[in-house]
Design a protein around this ligand. Structure first.
Ligand SMILES: Cc1ncc(COP(=O)(O)O)c(C=O)c1O
Length: 459
């Protein structure tokens, strides 16, 4: 029954219709297998463009003109396509009708924008202990700068200022703890928000961990945040490309994601945010384009729409690429995408689980589309290198910008040698595990090659 469903789903998703053959059959020379098709198991880092995305971008080039700045036909077409992209995005995640879609470079840019906005409001920020650093550090910086106040300093004293920013900002950002399995504990979140002196103004949560793939119960977390008067921000960077996502049903106030993680690698990212909130703030970046008028006396008037947050000439190509990707994913159906990818991952996981030399850092219940693992007695970076050079498989080894999780997984008790090495420019001691991550551009043969390679490496 399961096998039949798997087969049916494999037929429903024919990746030969989704990606150019040159992308799917990119050949590489390997030490052990000779010339083979490259197997990309690093989809959690970034993803190749869909044909639909490349076509949309090429077509956009034909009529490309200045966005929001010209009276010419090309300018009008380009502006319309750019603006329509926002509607496609809102529709895909079921945003509220008057939500803004603000284009950013990536998730990091979106989170920095939010940290800037929120730094004007009183209260603290709650961030989970499994967040990517891009959901943590922007808050420390923005809050720290605010706490520093109006002091100015000399160039020579900037080191001290940077330290103060980290210290002051760190005090404003609370990290809510997770369980031994790196799962959210709803009671602990509730406790943290209950403490009046914490006055949590905003709670940040990942929709899916980029290390384990674990997906917390967003709806329950959102409810806790709202019950205690906090806004709810979700990092959908590792989720939007794999699963159906409904902002309204989940009670998400702000959503961030990166186009390059969902088959639109053209430099675009997105922030979805309530209009009522964004209209209160000066844009994160200001200059040309996002102000309708500056008076003789220097007062700048503002747009009461999302254009206010579109500084400079926008990355319209990135926006159009994002919309094209989401349209295609919608046609495929996110439930089908989810089944296709999780089936591939489960297949790989089941075999790795039987291998006594493989240490899996994710359990079956959490398993999503990433497999974090180590090989007993082997250095993660070396394993990743060998997978590439000997078997033509691309994975990533490292800490994945979530150092505390990988530190725990690697049982690091004393980090002083790591710190000393990094300060000397040597990053080889940074704790490291391997992550194989699956996506739409993978085929069952990719799983077979991966299993074959791991079996050979652990013999
Ligand atoms: C969960 C998560 N959040 C945020 C980011 C940052 O994304 P970007 O590099 O596109 O800014 C990543 C990137 O890997 C991620 O996995």
């Amino acid at each position: 029954m399961v096998a039949n469903h798997f087969k049916k789903n494999m037929q429903q998703i024919n990746i030969n219709n989704l990606f150019r053959p040159e992308i799917l059959n990119f050949s590489v020379d390997t030490k052990k297998l000779g010339l083979v098709n490259y197997v990309n198991l690093d989809n959690a880092a970034t993803t190749p463009p869909l044909i639909a995305v490349e076509t949309a971008v090429t077509n956009y080039m034909t009529s490309y003109g200045s966005v929001h700045r010209g009276a010419g036909t090309k300018s009008k077409i380009s502006t319309d396509d750019y603006e329509n992209s926002r509607e496609v995005i809102k529709n895909f995640v079921h945003a509220r009708p008057d939500d803004y879609v603000i284009f950013t470079g990536n998730t990091t840019g979106a989170m920095n924008t939010l940290a800037y906005f929120f730094s004007f409001l009183p209260g603290k920020v709650a961030v989970s202990a499994i967040e990517h650093s891009s959901s943590w550090l922007p808050w420390i910086k923005a809050e720290g700068i605010k706490m520093l106040g109006s002091q100015r300093t000399s160039l020579e004293d900037m080191d001290k200022v940077n330290e103060s920013i980290q210290e002051l900002g760190g005090g404003q950002v609370l990290r809510y703890d997770v369980s031994e399995k790196f799962e959210f504990n709803l009671d602990r979140i509730e406790q943290l928000l209950k403490i009046k002196s914490n006055h949590v103004k905003v709670l940040v949560a990942t929709a899916s961990s980029n290390v384990t793939g674990y997906c917390p119960d967003l709806k329950a977390i959102g409810k806790i945040a709202h019950r205690h008067g906090a806004y709810f921000i979700v990092d959908a960077c590792q989720f939007i490309q794999h699963h159906p996502l409904d902002m309204q049903a989940l009670g998400i106030d702000f959503l961030v994601a990166s186009g390059h993680k969902f088959y639109a690698p053209f430099g675009g990212g997105l922030l979805i945010a309530p209009k009522k909130f964004c209209d209160k703030f000066l844009p994160y970046q200001i200059g040309g384009g996002n102000l309708p008028y500056i008076t003789e006396g220097g007062e700048f008037l503002r747009y009461q729409n999302q254009l206010a947050h579109d500084p400079g000439t926008p990355n319209a190509v990135g926006a159009v690429a994002i919309a094209a990707a989401l349209k295609e994913l919608k046609v495929l159906g996110m439930k089908n995408v989810e089944t296709y990818e999780t089936n591939l991952t489960k297949k790989a996981y089941a075999t790795l689980k039987k291998n006594p030399n493989v240490i899996l850092h994710v359990n079956e219940k959490q398993l999503n589309t990433v497999i974090p693992f180590s090989i007993k007695g082997q250095d993660a970076t070396m394993v990743a290198e060998k997978l590439n050079s000997d078997f033509g498989i691309g994975v990533r080894a490292g800490s994945f910008c979530v150092y505390n999780v990988v530190r725990k997984l690697m049982h690091v008790k004393n980090e002083s040698t790591i710190v000393a090495a990094v300060k000397n420019g040597d990053t080889s001691k940074v704790p490291s595990i391997i992550r194989a991550s699956f996506g739409l551009a993978n085929r069952p043969e990719d799983v077979e090659r991966f299993i074959k390679a791991i079996t050979a490496l652990t013999k």
